[in-house]
Design a protein around this ligand. Sequence first.
Ligand SMILES: *Cc1c(COP(=O)(O)O)cnc(C)c1O
Length: 357
Amino acid sequence: MPRPTLARVDLEAIRHNYRLACSLAGDADAMAVVKADGYGHGIQAVARALGSETRRYAVACIEEADAIRKAGLSQPVVLLQGVHEQNDLSHCARRNFEPVLHSPVQLDWLVSANVPEFWLKVNTGMNRLGFRPEDLPGVMARLEAAGCSGQLLGFVTHFACADDPGSDMTALQTRCFEQATAAWPSLMRSVGNSAAHFLPGQPLFQWSRPGIMLYGGSPANGKTGPQLGLKPAMTLEAPLIATRTVRAGESVGYGASWTAPRDTLMGMVAIGYGDGYPRHAGTGTPAAINGQRIRLLGRVSMDMLAVDLSGAPQAREGDRVELWGNTVSVDEVASCAGTIGYELLTGVTARVPRIYQ
Ligand SMILES: *Cc1c(COP(=O)(O)O)cnc(C)c1O
């Protein structure tokens, strides 16, 4: 009998969230971002679930794009980080992968015979990757000279602060991108992570790139996914394996970091940081049992954690505890652990089976 610690993945929720992204994207088309194993949900299952919905996928690296092809899907796959060596370009050309090229070295590689369709990354202020706006004319001239300009699909840029509606950075980056690419109006343009879909009036050009929102996680500061109309795609659950009354003055777990102020009914749950549950989630972090909210007590161990059952005295060994899902959003747990839902979803380890429904 396998340990009943698992991540249930609701593929219908992913489709619902993708459709919401499309409706928020207006005239733009939305490429489904399924990198990092579909944000921890399983790249092949997620890609298949969106197979009749999306006309493009986006991933970080070539192995992820290969996984999409192995799932039997034929849509173009955008490689958001470009390629790591020249040989990758002919692989991309054969398999209809579209690398986003961001550096002079990658342009040097383009002289090879087999050139895939590709995008160019423009650095409008994120300052991670991309060509500066003033360098674009030179880049375009180089592509023309090398005979590669025909394979250029368009331009990509990435926002630094779209999760903060009060920041003026997104408007500045948008204007910069518009001006930098205005000379090539027939090429496509792509901006917009999930957060940008929720900014009123934000132009998303031809292609937006929703990621976290497809999984029901919040891209916005201070709001949970459900508050934005998203459906959580993952329910992380584990069984209650022991209950006990901790007496007033007794402590629980490593470091004896929580001491019972009064006699307290406590439960042990078979999940820990070895499963990707965040060790930084302290006493008070919410969980749920039988639809009722409860809270963590003390420190998270590798394979288990403790919960306060004072409010759920009817709970029994074998009952399922929801660590995040529909009752407790992953965003709430993330904020208790000082991180973001992205890190929790992508961090669920291979020990936890994904069950699709
Ligand atoms: C990961 C990624 C996205 C998706 O971002 P979310 O915040 O998850 O929506 C979009 N564009 C690029 C370039 C990315 O790397």
